[in-house]
Each structure stands twice: as C-alpha cells, then as structure tokens.
Design a protein around this ligand. Structure first.
Ligand SMILES: [Zn+2]
Length: 465
C-alpha cells in the first residue's frame, strides 16, 4: 500500500487531518516534562490546569494512544510520545496491572477503567508498531491477570461485580487484544463480559434504555457489539443496537450526546468522550450491520464533533502567572487549542458552571487546588476527541478487494481516490480516481436518487445500484 501523501490533502470546508494536527499540537503543548497530563482546567483568574488522579493512567493512556493514531496521518512526530509512555509504564506492577500510587489524591489500586484505557492504548500501539515486543508483553500480562481475577458463572463473566464503567469498558479493548495477538480465550472473555451485562444485569434494559454515565454505557455497548459481529451472535448484536438506538433517542441528530442519561436535574451537556463512543458504535453498525448508520456518523462528525474542538482558547480568560508543580498557568489559552470540550452545549463549548463536590479530595491541604473553582474542561475529552476524529477519518473511504467505497462525503485522500467535498456550501462532491478500481459513493439519506447528477471525465462509465 502506498502511504497517503500529505501534500495532496485537500483543504476545503472541513479537514479531519487539520483536526488531528491541532490535536497533536495540544499534546505537545500540555504534557509536561515528566509526561504528566492535566485533567482539570478551571475558569480561575488566571485560568489554571491542574493535574489530578485521572492523570496517573487514564489520561496519559488516551494521549499516548492518540499519538499512535495521529502521527501517521499528519506525517510528523509528536514530541511528548516517549514521556507519556515512560510515565505510563512506571505504573505497571508485577501482576501485570497498572496501579495509581498512594497519594493525597489517589489510593494504590488497579482500577478497572484505568486498565480499559491503557489496554486500548496498548492495542493501538501493537497495531501501529507490530514489532514492539514490550507492548505485546504488557497486553499479555494484563489480560492474563484480568482473566485470573474474573469470576465465571454459567455463560458469563465479571470482575468483582457486573458494571458498565467498571468492567464493561474492558470488553472492546479485550476483544481487540484477542484479535491482534490471536488469543481466542480473550475473545471469549469479551463475549462473556458482554453477556453478563446484557443477560445477567438490568443495567441495559430490554428496550435499550439505561441510566447514568453515557460514556460508560456506550463504551460497553461498543464492546458487546464488536464481539457480536466477530462471533456472529445475533442476540447480543440486536441488544447492543437497541441500546445505541436508545442513546440516539436522547441525543440530537447533529451529534449532541448527553453526558448523563435520565439525569434528575436539568443540567445537560455533551462530553466528547461520549461522542467518541457514540461514533464508535455507529461506525460498527454502519460497516457491519446497516449502512443507514453512515448518516448518523456523517451528521455527528461534521457538526458537533467538529464544533467540540477548541480552536480559540480566549474564552477561558487571559493566561498569566507562573507555573507550579502540577499546575500550569502560562500560555494556557494557547495550550488548550486542539483539545475538546468536556461539557459542551449545542451552541458553546461550556454548557454550565459546576464545581467539584467536597468529597473530591481527602486532605485539607489539597482543597485549594480543586475546590471552589468553576470547571472549564475535563481533558479526558482531548484524547477521546482525537480517537473519534481518527475513527471517522479512517472509515470515510474503505477498500475491499478492488472495490473502493466513499462512505462519507468528507475530504480524504487515499492511494485510490481523492475526495473533495464542497458541502455544505455547494451540493457537490468531487472524486478523483488515482488508480483503477470499482468506485462506490454512498448517497446521503437527505439526497434522493432523483437529485443526483453524475458528471465524469470522458470515457468513464457510471451506473446506479
Ligand atoms: Zn471526557
């Protein structure tokens, strides 16, 4: 396969490559000399970014994974890559799991959501650099320990207890690990975890509805759906699809996905992490189950996903002041450019002002760092946003044998075809075939077959299917 030539990336209405470039810039601007990320950004004067317990494993795993996704697309290195890896790999202990340290903001424990984000990152790096022996060893040790800690009952499995966020989010990366390293028992583990959620808990109701953190629910549904596709399990597939359709029912068509389902107060915001999972499920459904879901992907990607990336950081206030250990103030409004909104509204990057509750920190000394400040961003969404953009980008044009499919009318240059979209300013998409192939273009649902006009260079043949 030829590499995509960065010089032929079209620059028109919406460039996913530009979003990934901005994301890479953010990684290099925010990750500090130790390889630390900064979960919290506050609307203080001056604004502050403060490192938190999520920055031991969860966030650096997402940022490190984003590097593997972004670097080949933008064809330039992300400098913080080795620092992130070094920071993360120091968390591994002899049992193969990654532990937060005992500290004023964390307890020494191998928390399951942390393992899920790190396993996802390890999977991605194993695909990006197949010869990285250490990464493959880390996956093996982590998976073996997770299986050892799991409880098998009948046709299902769980670790400690059945959960969406704690446990359910492991399904997708565990399945991927099994596929990458050819370990059928890990694939079986993923299916058994999915069956636990669907058939042995009431976390996802038969009508697809669920309550609480939508990021956790959609992530677990993505894993369950991916397993169902791999294993040909019609029951799990239908239940996962029903769960996704419930998520659609509480979202907007342009991709505003609520952070919480059935929240009792009236605060509603969209966490970019949730939009990432939403696009992950929609892409799986579009590629393997029902092409109608491509429309769900395209609307969300070209609307709320694009709008959720920060391109001008002035809204958090004028940066100033000196940095301290674990606190960044300098150039902060510039450093957040390329990150993604933590709690967006349909019309702005921050839906409401909210602060941490008094239980967030356990020592009096740490309170001034975290309490009494309005939160502007949660940077879990930075890595998640880049993963979401990459997933859309990598699926916008696909090739199977000689058949090349333009699934999304978004700009993309591949060795087979260069797609330039003039939407929404003009109802026009230009596809330049770069080498001989059968080319298919997916007609968006809003465009009827009678509205399509095809203009080709002389001698080409076009047929409607
Ligand atoms: Zn997030």
């Amino acid at each position: 396969m030829m590499e995509t030539d960065p010089n032929i990336i079209p620059q028109t209405t919406l460039s996913l490559e530009e979003m990934l470039k901005l994301g890479a810039r953010h990684i290099d601007q925010l990750v500090d000399a130790q390889g630390r990320t900064y979960f919290d950004v506050y609307l203080t004067q001056p604004p502050e970014a403060v490192t938190d317990w999520a920055d031991f494993i969860d966030l650096p795993a997402r940022y490190w994974e984003a590097v593997a996704l972004v670097e080949p697309v933008i064809a330039s290195p992300v400098v913080a890559k080795d620092r992130l890896r070094s920071w993360l790999f120091r968390r591994f202990e002899t049992d193969g799991l990654a532990y937060r340290p005992e500290s004023p903001i964390s307890a020494h424990a191998p928390e399951l959501f942390d393992q899920s984000r790190l396993l996802y990152a390890l999977d991605t790096w194993a695909m990006h650099v197949p010869g990285d022996v250490e990464v493959c060893q880390r996956i093996t040790k982590m998976m073996d320990e997770l299986l050892r800690r799991s409880t098998r009952e009948g046709d299902y499995t769980y670790i400690e207890q059945i959960g969406l966020y704690f446990g359910g989010t492991l399904i997708r990366p565990a399945l991927q690990a099994g596929l990458i390293l050819n370990r059928p028992e890990w694939i079986d583990f993923a299916g058994r975890m999915g069956r636990g959620l669907i058939d042995h808990s009431d976390l996802i109701k038969p009508d697809g509805s669920f309550k609480g953190h939508v990021h956790g629910a959609l992530s677990a549904l993505a894993g369950t759906l991916a397993y169902a596709i791999v294993a040909g399990d019609a029951h799990l597939l239908e239940r996962a699809r029903t769960g996704f359709d419930y998520a659609r029912s509480i979202s907007t068509r342009f991709g505003f996905i609520p952070e919480m389902a059935q929240r009792e107060d009236d605060l509603i915001a969209c966490e970019t992490c949730t939009l990432m999972d939403y696009l992950d499920v929609a892409l799986l459904l579009a590629r393997h189950v029902d092409p109608a879901y491509w429309d769900v992907v395209e609307l969300a990607a070209r609307n709320h996903l694009w709008e959720s990336q920060i391109r001008d950081g002035a809204w958090i206030g004028t940066a100033g002041g000196d940095d301290e250990d674990g606190i960044i103030r300098s150039r902060l409004s510039d450093r957040i450019v390329g990150a993604f909104a933590g709690w967006s509204a349909p019309h702005c990057l921050l839906a409401y002002h909210e602060q941490f509750g008094p239980g967030w920190v356990h020592t009096k000394e740490m309170r001034p760092l975290y309490l009494g400040k309005n939160r502007a961003m949660q940077n879990c969404c930075a890595g998640a946003g880049m993963r979401a953009v990459y997933q859309v980008w990598s699926n916008s044009v696909t090739r199977v044998g000689d058949q090349v499919s333009v699934n999304l009318s978004l700009d993309r240059a591949t060795p087979d075809v260069h797609v330039t979209s003039f939407l929404p300013f003009e109802g026009r998409v230009r596809m330049t075939v770069a080498r001989d192939c059968d080319l298919r273009w997916r007609r968006p649902a809003y465009c009827g077959p009678e509205d399509v006009r095809v203009q080709t260079s002389e001698g080409s043949s076009v047929r409607f299917i």
